[in-house]
Design a protein around this ligand. Structure first.
Ligand SMILES: *Cc1c(COP(=O)(O)O)cnc(C)c1O
Length: 419
């Protein structure tokens, strides 16, 4: 099919994320990707400022990751995980337990980030049942979060400004604290309100679900590490299962391997996804402590009632292990620091707010971005961006060179001007 025919069919028949079927925004045809670049039909190679929604940390067509998938194909691409296991799953779990904050040594392999959050929430609910508190069925969280698109995940997303606001009345009603203050903000004032809210609702709360250190798709909002200690204390004081959703922040993005490390706080359940496979295949995991695993196994059913068809997919596990090995044997921390330095140029852009944390750069405008206009302006600078709401941001692959990062900053400046 010609590019025109592909795009015409796509426009008629394929859903894209958060997009109208009757009046879709423009879609571009990708014909290849390599390193930090994607190739767009009619445009050519551009730097990928989005790392395919924050996942392709090592860049595209990495020889070691390509080889890991090929090698796994030669033995098997998939088998069911019910009653069966395999080396790729065991090897990945070993690595995750090794890298994750201490105590998280029970691994549930899920097929997407949203599913891992569903599993984490189910773990918390079943844990409360198993420990004699079945009346604890609600969750505490903070405003401004994003935890996925399935129903229980949506219930802990930001209830007002977020992408799931239209579902109020349909979703389980959770308890929302104020969004944590920005970096340099008043943690004590926020913490006092959050502690009071938790105390008020404690009898009915099963768990506390938050994105540590950086709220991603809910508004690209970094907040002080001290807030993580407050989450841990509140969870301990009231017997809540503390879930850290590190699907966006995990694997070095904010400057530590996990955002939780910034405050030396360990959750009871940790969700990882996105960058887990280096952006190759859909895979996520929910890791929990032995205590949570024992508690929930004492509930009526005695088992964790979840088991996706493609649980523990060997191809995905194999490439995830290879990606983690690349991280641990390479110097991702130096790359993230280097990218952070390059992204400081964003502060020159005239905007309501500019936020840079780790390998994340965010420019907030005083109006909703005209996404097609802004994306077009960035492409003219050789950069792929996908702004949302009033935000133009980048979470680039760690393999970006200094020149790539300079191009991304120029792309964001052009997008801010145009959109
Ligand atoms: C992307 C994301 C999810 C959802 O992951 P999917 O793989 O898209 O289902 C959940 N939580 C956070 C913090 C995310 O960034």
């Amino acid at each position: 099919m010609t590019p025109e025919a592909l795009l015409a069919f796509d426009r008629e028949h394929l859903w894209h994320p958060y997009t109208s079927m009757t009046d879709p925004t423009p879609t571009r045809l990708v014909t290849g990707a390599s390193g930090s670049r994607i190739t767009l039909d009619g445009v050519g190679e551009v730097v990928d400022g989005m790392a395919s929604w924050w996942s392709a940390i090592h860049g595209y067509r990495h020889p070691i990751l390509d080889e890991a998938v090929r090698r796994q194909l030669d033995s098997m691409s998939h088998v069911m995980f019910g009653g069966l296991t395999h080396e790729p799953a065991v090897e990945l779990a070993r690595r995750l337990i090794d890298l994750a904050p201490a105590g998280l040594d029970r691994v549930f392999l899920a097929d997407s980030g949203s599913v891992s959050v569903e599993v984490a929430m189910k773990m918390a609910l079943q844990y409360q049942r198993g420990t004699g508190r079945p009346e604890r069925t609600r969750f505490l969280t903070v405003r401004g979060g994003y935890h996925g698109d399935t129903f229980d995940c949506m219930s802990v997303c930001d209830p007002d400004g977020g992408m799931h606001a239209m579902w109020s009345g349909v979703l389980p009603e959770q308890v929302f604290g104020e969004r944590p203050p920005p970096l340099g903000g008043d943690v004590d004032a926020w913490a006092a309100g959050f502690r009071a809210l938790a105390a008020e609702h404690a009898d009915r709360l099963a768990g506390l679900v938050v994105e540590p250190l950086l709220q991603g798709a809910g508004g690209m909002h970094p907040y002080p590490a001290e807030c993580l200690a407050v989450f841990r204390e509140v969870a301990d004081e009231h017997g809540l299962v503390l879930v850290f959703d590190e699907i966006a922040t995990g694997f070095g993005r904010t400057g530590t391997l996990f955002a939780a490390e910034a405050a030396d706080v360990a959750p009871d359940v940790l969700c990882v996804g996105k960058a887990l496979t280096g952006g190759y295949l859909s895979l996520a995991a929910a890791l929990c402590t032995t205590e949570v695993a024992r508690g929930l196994s004492a509930s009526d059913s005695g088992v964790l009632m979840h088991g996706p068809t493609f649980m523990g997919n060997p191809l995905a596990c194999a490439v995830a292990s290879a990606s983690l090995d690349l991280l641990t044997t390479g110097d991702w921390a130096a790359d993230v620091r280097r990218i952070n330095t390059g992204l400081q140029a964003l502060h020159e852009i005239d905007a309501v707010d500019v936020r840079v944390l780790g390998a994340v750069g965010v420019v907030q405008l005083d109006h909703p971005v005209d996404v097609p206009e802004a994306a077009e302006a960035a492409l003219a600078q050789g950069v792929w961006l996908r702004p949302f709401r009033d935000l133009i941001y980048t979470m680039p692959p760690y393999v970006c060179t200094d020149d790539d990062i300079a191009a991304i900053c120029a792309g964001i400046a052009a997008a801010a001007e145009a959109g």
